[in-house]
Design a protein around this ligand. Structure first.
Ligand SMILES: [Zn+2]
Length: 319
């Protein structure tokens, strides 16, 4: 066998092996993180925020991003989480609850007297408010989650929650509402829509508030490093979701679940989403350069970088 052919065959074999171990590699990575960590890092110093931002206490911040729509920040947690409270006339909806280092329910209750339904953008530990008790819980109604639930008891898997990385137990919830992709949620005098936005994780959702021209985009889209390499992540889903979010003509604002630095809530534009879509198209074709080996960093623009598998391991479907 001549040398070039042998090299090509060797490379092909390596590719096949890498494909076969792809999920195990992600699981292995999480276990390595767990071994090296196990508790949340120390709190950051209090940050300089916008003049319009109000500190609820020495930990939480509150920004009213639209009428009766609040961004509740945890700028001292190293991941700088933002959760969102949408208040109607009969009910309020809390979208995400942070890691639960402090009780975000008390912040929400300081903003409304109405019953509060808690809905996580996805099941990662830094969004589900580990240990915080809510009167009513909602999750996205996906067939594989319904199938797994025992009645309305839903146990997360360790790889959906990833809480071992910071010492949080994997939760089991009593679900009050299963909301379908596309479902309109009526809060009394205002309606929001649930959009299934997989890519970062299978169960990731966003909320469309058409009246206020904004999308709460969870971990699918925020300024900074987007995680598209964790268990449940998918490049194919990431690209499909970009198409879904760009399908409307409206020029919406996108509020994400993390920010990189102060001040204010993490906000991106339709232009950022458009550039994300273009970058994903290039990644699919192998036309976007990256830095690092794994996860590889693919720069979208000055606001966003995608952390993903190197190109030959990405899960693009063949048309
Ligand atoms: Zn996440």
């Amino acid at each position: 066998m001549n040398k070039p052919i042998a090299s090509i065959l060797l490379l092909a074999c390596l590719c096949v092996v890498a494909f076969l171990i792809v999920d195990n590699r992600r699981v292995l990575m999480i276990h390595l993180i767990v071994l090296s960590g196990g508790e949340s890092p120390a709190l950051l110093a209090a940050s300089e925020e916008l003049a319009s931002t109000r500190w609820h206490d020495d930990y939480f911040t509150i920004d009213e991003i639209a009428p009766a729509t609040y961004a509740i920040g945890e700028p001292r947690y190293y991941q700088q989480n933002y959760s969102y409270l949408i208040v109607g006339k009969t009910k309020a909806l809390l979208f995400d609850a942070g890691p639960g280092l402090r009780n975000i329910r008390k912040v929400a209750e300081s903003l409304t007297d109405l019953p509060i339904i808690f809905l996580p953008s996805h099941f990662h530990y830094d969004h589900v408010g580990n240990g915080i008790e809510f009167d009513e819980l909602a999750v996205i109604d996906l067939p594989y989650l319904r199938q797994r639930a025992q009645g309305n008891q839903l146990a997360f898997t360790d790889m959906e929650h990833l809480g071992a990385a910071e010492g949080f137990d994997t939760p089991q919830w009593q679900i009050d509402y299963w909301w379908r992709p596309g479902q309109l949620v009526e809060l009394g005098g205002r309606t929001v829509q649930i959009i299934h936005t997989p890519g970062h994780s299978k169960e990731s959702i966003s909320i469309l508030d058409a009246e206020n021209q904004l999308v709460l985009s969870g971990d699918y889209l925020y300024p900074g490093m987007l995680y598209a390499f964790v268990p449940g992540s998918s490049m194919q889903d990431y690209a499909s979701t970009a198409d879904v979010l760009l399908a409307g003509v409206a020029d919406l604002d996108y509020y994400g679940a993390h920010r990189v630095e102060p001040p204010g809530p993490p906000k991106l534009s339709r232009q950022d989403l458009l550039e994300l879509k273009q970058a994903l198209q290039k990644m699919r074709l192998g036309d976007l350069s990256s830095e690092g080996i794994w996860p590889a960093e693919f720069k979208v623009n000055d606001n966003i970088t995608i952390l993903a598998d190197p190109g030959f391991l990405q899960d693009w479907q063949v048309d």
